[in-house]
Design a protein around this ligand. Structure first.
Ligand code: 13P
Ligand code: SF4
Length: 349
């Protein structure tokens, strides 16, 4: 097929499903529920693996029980290296799927199977596969925020923590690259490296809502604040950042930078860990478009929000919400994921 005449792309419209608000617990109820979950985890030789965007109570329990709270790359690595027979993955669907793909012998449960991700949803396999077919001489690099099928169609899986290094590595080897699905992260990588890529036009509904003009205004009010930005944000927000990076990189920046104030453009769930490691520092949410924007709970991922302690207990009690991935598909999808993990070990991220 002629590479110069790509077919126009019309991405599916992403909608956030209605979901009932999580019931608030009293201090006593929370304590009892946490103890109950601890017991269930112990009885079932299970580990709780949580993303930094989930409810702080889940993050804290994951750490208290020997599980982990981490970015998506570390969640994948932790699941592989831990001896637990069951992994309870509190995050969004692709994180549970990645854990299952890498740990076929383990049972992987998720608090809510409807917790997906706008990047995953905007990159359906049929459309994506046709898109890739138009560029047969390209390496296909996909962000971890994708389905198992999309991963299986790729050559490399990357997370925000390692995307720059992998794209540079491929370009140094003379490869041409298709990047999917986050256009802002793709654009950021292009700007950083000067490497031209064919970019799928997807986006994260949470990070896309950060607003550059409003950010400038807040920066004027807090001139000593450092600006930390996740690279799924728009370019005019990224270009105001002192640090651009994965969730882990942003947390490390709060701990290591001398500033006492930070303006943070990523999901507010991350503040839990930042407050723990830098208790004296002031954390300010970067401004979003707010009411009327596509994101229904800025700056908080509406899918991450579906995770709760109650649902963690429920899946351990019932064994429901198990993630299952067809063995042949898992075998294919594991190749580009393992490639990323091996690469990350080599460069000791
Ligand atoms: P990290 O890989 O930085 O954890 O990001 C995952 C994600 O979904 C960001 O929106
Ligand atoms: Fe997906 Fe955005 Fe939510 Fe991350 S914050 S899980 S990219 S929708």
């Amino acid at each position: 097929m002629d590479e110069t005449t790509p077919q126009p792309l019309i991405l599916p419209k992403v909608t956030v499903p209605e979901h009932p608000p999580i019931q608030e617990l009293s201090g006593e109820e929370e304590k009892a529920l946490k103890n109950h979950i601890k017991e269930l985890l112990h009885q079932q030789n299970a580990a709780l693996v949580a993303h930094y965007y989930t409810d702080g109570k889940i993050q804290d329990l994951a750490e208290e029980t020997g599980g982990c709270v981490a970015d998506s790359l570390e969640m994948a690595r932790f699941g592989m290296e831990h001896e637990a027979r069951t992994l309870v993955v509190a995050g969004v669907r692709f994180m549970g799927e990645t854990s299952k793909i890498l740990n076929n012998e383990k049972r992987v449960l998720m608090p809510d199977l409807a917790a997906t991700c706008s990047l995953d949803d905007c990159c359906p396999i049929d459309l994506f596969s046709d898109f890739c077919d138009q560029y047969p001489n390209h390496k296909v690099v996909v962000y971890a925020n994708t389905s198992a099928r999309v991963k299986a169609r790729s050559d490399w899986v990357v997370t925000s923590g390692i995307a720059l290094a992998i794209v540079k590595h491929l370009a140094e080897n003379g490869e041409k690259i298709i990047w999917a699905p986050d256009r802002h992260l793709g654009q950021y990588i292009q700007n950083q490296t000067g490497i031209e890529m064919i970019i799928w036009p997807g986006s994260c509904v949470v990070h896309e809502e950060f607003r550059a003009v409003a950010l400038q205004r807040i920066r004027r009010l807090h001139p000593a604040a450092a600006v930390l930005v996740h690279p799924e944000s728009p370019q005019d927000v990224i270009c105001q950042a002192d640090v651009v990076g994965s969730t882990t990189a942003l947390i490390k920046a709060v701990a290591s930078m001398p500033n006492m104030e930070f303006i943070i453009a990523t999901d507010a769930g991350i503040f839990n860990k930042m407050r723990q490691i830098a208790p004296g520092k002031t954390l300010i949410e970067a401004p979003t478009m707010g009411d009327g924007a596509t994101c229904q709970s800025c700056a908080h991922c509406p899918w991450m929000e579906m995770n709760s302690l109650q649902k963690v207990a429920e899946v351990l009690e019932t064994g429901q919400n198990e993630i299952l991935v067809d063995a042949e598909l898992a075998a294919k999808a594991s190749i580009p994921i393992r490639r990323m993990i091996d690469f990350s070990r080599g460069i000791r991220l």
